[in-house]
Design a protein around this ligand. Structure first.
Ligand SMILES: C[S@@+](CC[C@H](N)C(=O)[O-])C[C@H]1O[C@@H](n2cnc3c(N)ncnc32)[C@H](O)[C@@H]1O
Length: 323
């Protein structure tokens, strides 16, 4: 049918500029041993690799997905880097949030173009990159970092990958609060996030989204306790296990090196301070609390009866234990 053919026509010429590397583009040199080098293309730029130097002037005009040569004659592909490639290419001053976790965080915080999201700490800007990618071009990330050296690393990373226009960076400790309000979401990657929940409330719009990544279970428990005090509901704790496979048709099987534990992801929504928290706890927790209360009442009744029997009163049948 001609309809479906028309639908598949590209809206720009096959040999148009959009299909070729241009000065100012972010490009990735991808070697046959699967090494990746991400660089901003500049007519005088050079990317040094283990297979020799790639002069950017030789890359300009090459079609995306085609072979380019190093100065010592080695081949590589020139590709537009994915968000994962970009995140992995960032200079590290701290551990960065893994792309698998970053992707899910963006999804669970419900971020989209135009969203306002608050973050701390910035670290190397790994998650900031994913957040800015999601909220651009009309949204903004407000990120906070206490250490100046790390702040500079993140700033350079974000500038290099072209996402700095969508990020407002603050060099400060969040102890005194955030430099933004009316946020759709707040994300914390700091050691003791429960200490800042009052500030999180202050920065969030009513009903806003909160998330945090924590490496240890002890930290998760502290944060869960903090939610009660600061009125956060719809709480969940999750962990993502990513399993990759060797893409070899003749011997398709799981990779030898799998990513182990990266962190627990904790999500919650900020609810009104007038709300009765007991009512909005997880049903599982409500059931557990009801059971504890029944148990306490039965124990009190058993004691009362035992005292009555000891005083020569009537005998009672055994009390049931809570299930
Ligand atoms: C694990 S790193 C964050 C990594 C970041 N999420 C990424 O993907 O690149 C934690 C950062 O939080 C910063 N930090 C810790 N406590 C802070 C505080 N109270 N205020 C601001 N930044 C803080 C640390 O200096 C550190 O750089």
């Amino acid at each position: 049918m001609s309809d479906s053919l028309e639908f598949s026509q590209p809206s720009f010429p096959a040999d148009g500029d959009r299909w070729r590397v241009q000065a100012g583009d972010l490009a990735m040199i991808f070697t046959s041993d699967y090494k990746r080098f991400v660089a901003r293309i500049h007519p005088e730029g050079v990317t040094h690799t283990h297979l020799g130097a790639f002069r950017h002037i030789d890359l300009i005009g090459a079609k995306w997905g085609s072979t380019v040569k190093s100065q010592i004659g080695h081949d590589a592909l020139v590709l537009q880097p994915s968000l994962t490639d970009i995140m992995k290419s960032l200079k590290r001053g701290t551990q960065i949030i893994y792309p698998k976790d970053a992707a899910y965080i963006v999804h669970r915080l419900s971020l989209r173009a135009g969203s306002r999201v608050v973050e701390a700490g910035t670290g190397s800007g790994g998650l900031t990159t994913a957040l800015a990618w999601a909220v651009a071009p009309s949204g903004m990330v407000f990120t906070h970092e206490a250490r100046e050296d790390i702040y500079q690393v993140a700033r350079e990373n974000l500038a290099r990958v072209g996402l700095l226009p969508y990020v407002k960076m603050a060099l400060c400790d969040i102890e005194k609060g955030f430099r933004a309000d009316d946020a759709d979401a707040v994300f914390l990657d700091v050691r003791e996030p429960w200490r800042y929940l009052a500030h999180v409330r202050h920065a969030l719009r009513p009903g806003g989204f909160f998330a945090s990544l924590l490496p240890t279970a002890n930290q998760v428990i502290e944060l869960l306790r903090g939610f009660d005090e600061h009125h956060f509901a719809d709480v969940s704790v999750e962990e993502l296990i990513l399993r990759s496979y060797k893409p070899t048709p003749e011997r398709f099987r799981p990779d030898d090196n799998l990513i182990g534990h990266t962190g627990y992801l904790v999500f919650a929504r900020c609810i009104d301070l007038d709300e009765d928290m007991a009512r909005w706890r997880q049903p599982e927790r409500q059931r557990y609390e009801a059971r504890l209360q029944t148990q306490a009442e039965l124990e009190a009744e058993a004691k009362r009866r035992a005292a009555e029997v000891a005083a020569g009163g009537k005998k009672y049948p055994k009390l049931p234990l809570p299930g």
